[in-house]
Design a protein around this ligand. Structure first.
Ligand SMILES: [Fe+2]
Ligand SMILES: [Fe+2]
Length: 266
């Protein structure tokens, strides 16, 4: 794997952001973003704009795996290549919808958090553990109810686009589950790479978590626009999480709910 440029955010070293057109303003943390809890025309565009960039980032994480790990098993590389195709289609679909709603690239700040964390890791198993099996699985939980929020807001077109995206995401999580289990069964050292990746991700999330009372550039409390969702058991089963893994996730989720109180909705 070739060396790459890094950046330091709140004392943590991460992979430097991927290239973006000059129209984009890059943020490192949630307090440098703009988002609102309300459903105005502008906030709808911001949600789509943010999601569009997340899809671009996911495209880049999978594509960078192909570049950085040419020795990875061919079948895993094929899965990653197909993922690049899916994610680029998702980004283009959201870009089209953004323009239909009067938006434009660069209208709001973007953050490449998932790229910066995942692509810093030096193993393919570490990257799919963090990107697919954790970040995308978390998105899968959110996608269980986000399309219905758009329908409630009288926007079935965006809801249908999100439903189509969600269907693809299940497979991205499933192939990561398959390969993490397979690679660990083949070589126990891979378990350490998975553990290292999860530890790194947790440390970064802790370091970059908003401080109490932090607001974003729109003056909105970061906490009020941070989305979380209950574990989407049906889709996690479709994505081949084992019953034991789902039980652990549900337990963690219950504990977090007790600490943070009521879950927020998208
Ligand atoms: Fe996607
Ligand atoms: Fe995906």
């Amino acid at each position: 794997m070739e060396s790459f440029d890094t950046k330091v955010v709140r004392g943590v070293t991460l992979r430097r952001d991927p290239a973006r057109e000059t129209c984009f303003t890059i943020a490192d943390t949630d307090d440098q973003m703009i988002s609102w809890p309300e459903w105005t025309v502008e906030s709808k565009r911001e949600r789509i704009h943010r999601h569009m960039n997340n899809e671009m980032s996911t495209t880049e994480v999978a594509a960078q795996c192909l570049c950085d790990f040419p020795e990875a098993d061919w079948d895993l590389r094929m899965e990653l290549a197909r993922q690049v195709w899916d994610e680029s289609r998702h980004a283009m679909g959201l870009y089209r919808r953004l323009k239909e709603l009067g938006g434009r690239k660069g209208e709001f700040p973007i953050a490449n958090f998932e790229w910066a964390v995942s692509s810093y890791l030096d193993s393919v198993i570490g990257r799919i553990t963090v990107m697919n099996r954790t970040f995308e699985a978390g998105t899968m939980d959110l996608m269980a109810f986000i399309p219905d929020r758009w329908r409630e807001q009288g926007d079935p077109q965006t809801a249908e686009l999100l439903d189509a995206i969600a269907a693809d995401e299940i497979h991205h999580v499933r192939f990561a589950n398959h390969w993490v289990h397979r690679l660990c069964a083949e070589n126990k050292r891979n378990l350490f790479k998975v553990a290292h990746a999860v530890r790194f991700m947790n440390a970064v999330q802790e370091a970059l978590a908003p401080s109490a009372g932090a607001t974003n550039l729109a003056g909105v409390s970061v906490e009020d626009v941070t989305l979380s969702a209950p574990i989407n058991v049906a889709d996690r089963q479709l994505a081949d999480f084992t019953d034991e893994e789902i039980a652990v996730l549900l337990k963690q989720n219950d504990l977090e709910s007790l600490v943070t109180g009521e879950r927020k909705s998208a």
